[in-house]
Ligand binder design. Sequence first.
Ligand code: ADP
Ligand SMILES: N[C@@H](CCOP(=O)(O)O)C(=O)O
Length: 292
Amino acid sequence: MVTARAPATSANLGSGFDTFGVALSHPADTVTVERAAETTIEVSGAGARYIPTDPDENVVGAVADALDAPAHIHIDKGVRPSSGLGSSAASAAAAAVALNDLYDRGYSAHDLVPVAAEGEAVVSGEAHADNVAPSLLGGFTVVRSDDGATSVDTDLPLVACLPEVVVSTRDARRVVPESLTMAEHVETVGNAATLAAGMCRSDPELVGRGMDDPVVTPARAELITGYAGVREAAFEAGATGVTVSGAGPSVLAVPKPGRRREVAAAMVEGFADAGVGARAYQTEVGRGASVL
Ligand SMILES: Nc1ncnc2c1ncn2[C@@H]1O[C@H](COP(=O)(O)OP(=O)(O)O)[C@@H](O)[C@H]1O
Ligand SMILES: N[C@@H](CCOP(=O)(O)O)C(=O)O
């Protein structure tokens, strides 16, 4: 029997749509695997009743297939599904690490990125890796379709505020604009480069400034009740940048040093003002998946 833990993640970070991601130090999923003739799945924890146990519909089933590693798989969800915090990716990453160890496959964390991404194809229709890469590698990650993932360790406090509403990644991809103007392209590249430089320097001011995105985030913010008020409240409480986490509904903020608690409280209150319950994770950029 092998148990692995894989962290929640926040993809996009505004300017890095389908490219950037960070691992959060918490919450996380825990997956336990035991050799079996056929894959079977059991789920407990946050939102477990909404998660299919059929291996054809659960991300971990696709991971077991990709590694040719049938197992009885128990998933303990710490990351609520449809949260914008890489819930399905956390299960896929933890299963990939656990099954790699159980069957002595010898793959590196980098090798496991496309394997875990196969799981993502089950839920979103595409094998996108911007959540599984940070969940496996930790830190700040950049994925490109043609050459895998690059990761950078960084020291950065974060607040991820999860409202009691559901936005599925599949639905949120439908509102992404199909084109952008040259001015929007120039602004986005400038912001993304600023953010990446900020990550390399563990500089919350630069990272926050680089999170602005004129294209995808405004369209997705419409799907999140209370987003504008939450964003404003977070800035007033000391955030350097605020954006939609992944496809939403979570909202991610980078607090100035010493302001994390205040930013978290302001975001929860911002959602409350819009009549939406929410919880805020006071977290930071963390490590990737590991066997426990
Ligand atoms: N192991 C899993 N963990 C979480 N969600 C899963 C899992 N397997 C399949 N799903 C399905 O994936 C969807 C949630 O994935 P997604 O929208 O990507 O969430 P998130 O925004 O948190 O990444 C739900 O429909 C859920 O039923
Ligand atoms: N790049 C994807 C990321 C989805 O992240 P999730 O945590 O909401 O699954 C997108 O923006 O669609």
